[in-house]
Design a protein around this ligand. Structure first.
Ligand code: BDP
Length: 698
C-alpha cells in the first residue's frame, strides 16, 4: 500500500527519456565488503533500481563493464581510487558519504563511498533520492556529512502499548512477541530512519517505567537493537530515577548513596553485555511528578553525573531533560528551566548533554526560542522538537513542521554577536562542543501509514533532514518529500509545496495568533479552552497565559513584568522588551497590551486578533480547494484521506476562531471587525463541549 511506503515509494520514473538516461549510467552493481550494512545497502539499491527503473541490475563480482555502481567504504577501495579521493574524505566525518563519477581504465563508474559502511548506506539512500526526485546522475560529485552527532527519535511509548501524545495508533514495539518475533515493521522503521540519517531511538516514554530495565524487557530491547544495528540506529532507554528502589530492592535512589551508585553501574554493565553499542539514557527528573535527585536534596548535576559515571566506561551518554517547572515559583513558568539550569553550566560530566525543548513553555504552535540556548556555553545542549502534534491538531491537521523547526534553528541568540544562531549552539560550532544532538518526539505508531495523517510523514522526514543539516531550507525539504512520496509532476509539486509551507502559519493564526499561547483545553490539549481557570496549579490554566481582562491581553514578560526577557542576551532582550521592536508574532508572549493598542498595520489589537483568526480559517479553506484539484496526481486512497482530513481541519479551525473570539470578546467589549465571520454557536456551547475520545492522553 502506498501510504505504508512513506518516502521510499520508488515509484517508476514516468519520463521515459530519463529512465533510459539513468539506465545507461547504471549497468551493474559491485558491493565491496560483507558487513550486514553493506548487505542491506545493496539490497536497498536493487529494490530501488528495479522499482524506479525496471533496472534489474544484479550484483557483480568485478568492475569489468562500463558504468558500474560501486559501493564500499574507504578501506575496501583499491588504493589508487581511495588516494584520489583524499580531499573528499577529509571533508567528511564517520557518517558522511561521497557519491562521485570516477574513471577506471577510461571507463566511467559511479562510486558511493564513505569512511564507514553506515556512511555508504547513507550514500545509497541519497543516490536513490537523486532518481526519486528526477535529478541527473551524470558527472556526480556529492560530498555530504551530518552536522549533528546524535539524531534521535524520542518515542513516548508506554510498556502497555499506549503512546503518550501519540495519535497514530499504538506503540510499534510488540513487547509480547519480542524477542522471538521480528516484525517487518521494525525493519521498515529502520530503513526509513536510515534513509534520512536518523541514528538513534529512545524506545520508551520519558514518563518512565523502571521495568524496561529488567532482564525480561532488556532481552526484548536487545532484539530491537540487533535489528536496527545494520541501519546505524542505536538504541537508548529512558531511566526512571527511582529504579533502584522499584526494581533494585534498595531503600533509596539518592545519587550520593554508594549502593545506589553501584546499582546503576551494575545495571549499565548488564545492558552493555547484551547491547555493546547501547546509546545511553534519556532522563526526565523532578518534572511533572517524575522522581529525581531533588527528592533527596540533591540537584540535577548530582543525578546526571551519577548516571554518566556508570555509562562512561562503555561510551554511553546521558540526555538530561531541562523541561522543569515548579509549582513553588509561579511568577512565570517560562523562566524556570533557565533559572534552574544555567547556574550548573560547566558542572556536568563530558558525557552529559542537556536536552532543551525549542521554547520555554511547551511545544506551542509558536514560541520564541528557549533562552537556555546560548546561555550555557560550557555545557552541550541538545534540541528537543515535538514531531507529534500534541498542540497542533494531533494527526488530524495538516501542519508542515519543518517551517517551525527552521524558524527556531535560525533564531539568533547573539551570545557571540550577530549570527550566533540556535543551529550553531546545537551543532556545537558556537562553543566548540564535541557532543551534539537533536531529538524529535516521534509521531509514529501502528497505523498503516505510520503517522495518522499522510502529510505528517513529512514532519518525520523533515525532522531527520534538519537533524542531518540544520541549515537546510524547509522549502527544499518539502519539495524532495513531495517528489518522493507522491509525484514529480510540477502541477502537483508546486501548489502542494506552497500549501505545506503556509500550513504552519495557518495553525498559528487559527489557534494562537500574535504570541498567544497555552490556551488549549485541559488534559487532551486538542481544542480551545481559553476559559479554563480551575486547575490546581496556576500555571496549568490558560487564563494564566493570556491574562485577558477589561484592560487588555497578553503576558508581560518585559522589564515591567516578569522580566523573562532578561534571560536573553542584551541585544535580544532589547528587541523583545520594547513593544515597538518586539516582532508582532511574539507580541502577546512578551507584552500585556490594551485592546485598542495599535498594531503596525494600524489595526487595534482586538481587530488584529480577530482578523488573524479569520485569516487562519481562510488559509485552511484555500488548502481545501488546492487539494481538491489534485485528484489526477494522487492515488485514490491518499487523495480521499487528505481531503477528509482537510475538511475536519477547516471545521476545527472555525471552532478555535469562534470559541476564542467569543471568549475574548467578553473582555474587549468590541464588535467583530468587518471580514470576520459571525460565530454560529454561543460561548456556553463551546465551554461545555467534551472531548472524551481524545487519543494519547494517558
Ligand atoms: C508535555 C506533555 C506531557 C509530557 C511532557 C514532557 O503534555 O505528556 O510528558 O510534555 O515533555 O508536553 O515531559
Amino acid at each position: 500500500q502506498e501510504d505504508y511506503k512513506l518516502w521510499l515509494q520508488y515509484a517508476k520514473v514516468s519520463d521515459s527519456k530519463l529512465v533510459s538516461d539513468y539506465n545507461s549510467n547504471i549497468n551493474g552493481i559491485v558491493a565491496l565488503g560483507n558487513s550486514e550494512t553493506i548487505r542491506v545497502a545493496s539490497k536497498e539499491l536493487q529494490l530501488g533500481l528495479s522499482s524506479l527503473l525496471d533496472n534489474t541490475t544484479v550484483i557483480q563480482q568485478n568492475i569489468e563493464a562500463e558504468n558500474v555502481l560501486i559501493l564500499g567504504s574507504k578501506t575496501s577501495l583499491n588504493e589508487a581510487i581511495s588516494k584520489s579521493l583524499n580531499k573528499e574524505f577529509e571533508q567528511i566525518n564517520n557518517e558522511g558519504y561521497i557519491i562521485k563519477t570516477i574513471q577506471i581504465k577510461n571507463k566511467n563508474h559511479i562510486l558511493i563511498t564513505a569512511k564507514t559502511d553506515i556512511g555508504v548506506l547513507y550514500g545509497v539512500f541519497n543516490f536513490l533520492k537523486l532518481i526519486q526526485t528526477n535529478k541527473s546522475v551524470e558527472n556526480l560529485n556529492i560530498v555530504d556529512a551530518p552536522k549533528i552527532d546524535i539524531r534521535i527519535l524520542n518515542h513516548w511509548d508506554n510498556l502497555n502499548g499506549t503512546v503518550e501524545r501519540g495519535y497514530s495508533g499504538s506503540s510499534l514495539w510488540n513487547w509480547q512477541k519480542l524477542p522471538d518475533f521480528i516484525d517487518q515493521r521494525y525493519i521498515d522503521y529502520a530503513r526509513a530512519n536510515a534513509s534520512i540519517g536518523i541514528n538513534g531511538t529512545v524506545l520508551n516514554n520519558v514518563n518512565a517505567n523502571a521495568l524496561i530495565l529488567t532482564p525480561l524487557y532488556l532481552n526484548k530491547v536487545e532484539a530491537l537493537a540487533n535489528t536496527f544495528r545494520p541501519y546505524g540506529i542505536k538504541v537508548y532507554l529512558t531511566a526512571r530515577f527511582s529504579a533502584p528502589i522499584e526494581i533494585g530492592g534498595l531503600k533509596t535512589a539518592d545519587p550520593y548513596d554508594a549502593a545506589v551508585q553501584q546499582w546503576w553501574k551494575d545495571k549499565v554493565a548488564e545492558i552493555y553485555t547484551r547491547i555493546p553499542d547501547f546509546g545511553g539514557f534519556l532522563v526526565k527528573a523532578n518534572s511533572e511528578g517524575q522522581p529525581g535527585p531533588q527528592n533527596y536534596g540533591r540537584n540535577h548535576v548530582d543525578g546526571a553525573n551519577m548516571l554518566a559515571d556508570a555509562l562512561a566506561p562503555f561510551g554511553g551518554i546521558v540526555m538530561w531533560r531541562a523541561f522543569v517547572y515548579s509549582e513553588h515559583d509561579v511568577n512565570d513558568r517560562a523562566k524556570q528551566a533557565y533559572s534552574e539550569f544555567v547556574p550548573y553550566d560547566g558542572k556536568f560530566r563530558d558525557n552529559v548533554i542537556v536536552q532543551v525543548k525549542n521554547g520555554a513553555i511547551d511545544f506551542q504552535p509558536r514560541e520564541p526560542f528557549h533562552p537556555m540556548f546560548g546561555a550555557m556555553p560550557k555545557t552541550p545542549l541538545m534540541m528537543e522538537f515535538q514531531i507529534t502534534q500534541e498542540y497542533l491538531g494531533f494527526s488530524t491537521h495538516l501542519v508542515y513542521l519543518p517551517k517551525l523547526y527552521q524558524e527556531v534553528l535560525d533564531s539568533d541568540t547573539y551570545t557571540k554577536g550577530k549570527g550566533s544562531t540556535v543551529a550553531k549552539v546545537i551543532d556545537g560550532s558556537l562553543d566548540n562542543h564535541k557532543l551534539t544532538g537533536i531529538a524529535g518526539v516521534a509521531n509514529i505508531g501502528s497505523d498503516i501509514n505510520w503517522t495518522g495523517h499522510p502529510f505528517a510523514q513529512a514532519n518525520w522526514y523533515g525532522f531527520g533532514r534538519l537533524a542531518w543539516n540544520p541549515n537546510l531550507d524547509s522549502e527544499v525539504i518539502a519539495e524532495e518529500w513531495l517528489r518522493m512520496t507522491f509525484s514529480n509532476d510540477l502541477n502537483f509539486v508546486n501548489p502542494i509545496k506552497e500549501m505545506m509551507l503556509k500550513s504552519r502559519e495557518a495553525v498559528v493564526n487559527y489557534m494562537t495568533p500574535l504570541g498567544l499561547h497555552h490556551i488549549m483545553d485541559t488534559g487532551h490539549h486538542y481544542g480551545p479552552g481559553p476559559w479554563v481557570s480551575n486547575l490546581s496549579r496556576p500555571e496549568w490554566n490558560p487564563v494564566y497565559y493570556h491574562k485577558a481582562d477589561k484592560n487588555g491581553i497578553g503576558f508581560d514578560r518585559s522589564k515591567t513584568g516578569s522580566n523573562a526577557t532578561s534571560q536573553y542576551t542584551p541585544d535580544v532582550a532589547k528587541i523583545f522588551d520594547d513593544v515597538k521592536t518586539c516582532p508582532e508574532e511574539y507580541l502577546l508572549w512578551f507584552h500585556h497590551l490594551p485592546w485598542d493598542y495599535k498594531l503596525k498595520n494600524g489595526q487595534t489589537i482586538w481587530d488584529g486578533i480577530a482578523l488573524k483568526y479569520q485569516k487562519g480559517v481562510d488559509e485552511v479553506a484555500t488548502m481545501n480547494t488546492t487539494w481538491d484539484k489534485m485528484n489526477p496526481y494522487v492515488d485514490e486512497q491518499r487523495f480521499r484521506e487528505v481531503q477528509m482530513l482537510l475538511k475536519i481541519q477547516l471545521k476545527e479551525a472555525k471552532w478555535w476562531r469562534d470559541a476564542c473570539l467569543l471568549y475574548f470578546q467578553q473582555f474587549s467589549g468590541k464588535e467583530l471587525p468587518k471580514g470576520v465571520e459571525n460565530p454560529t454557536q454561543t460561548l456556553e456551547y463551546f465551554e461545555t463541549l467534551k472531548f472524551p475520545f481524545a487519543p494519547g492522553n494517558n
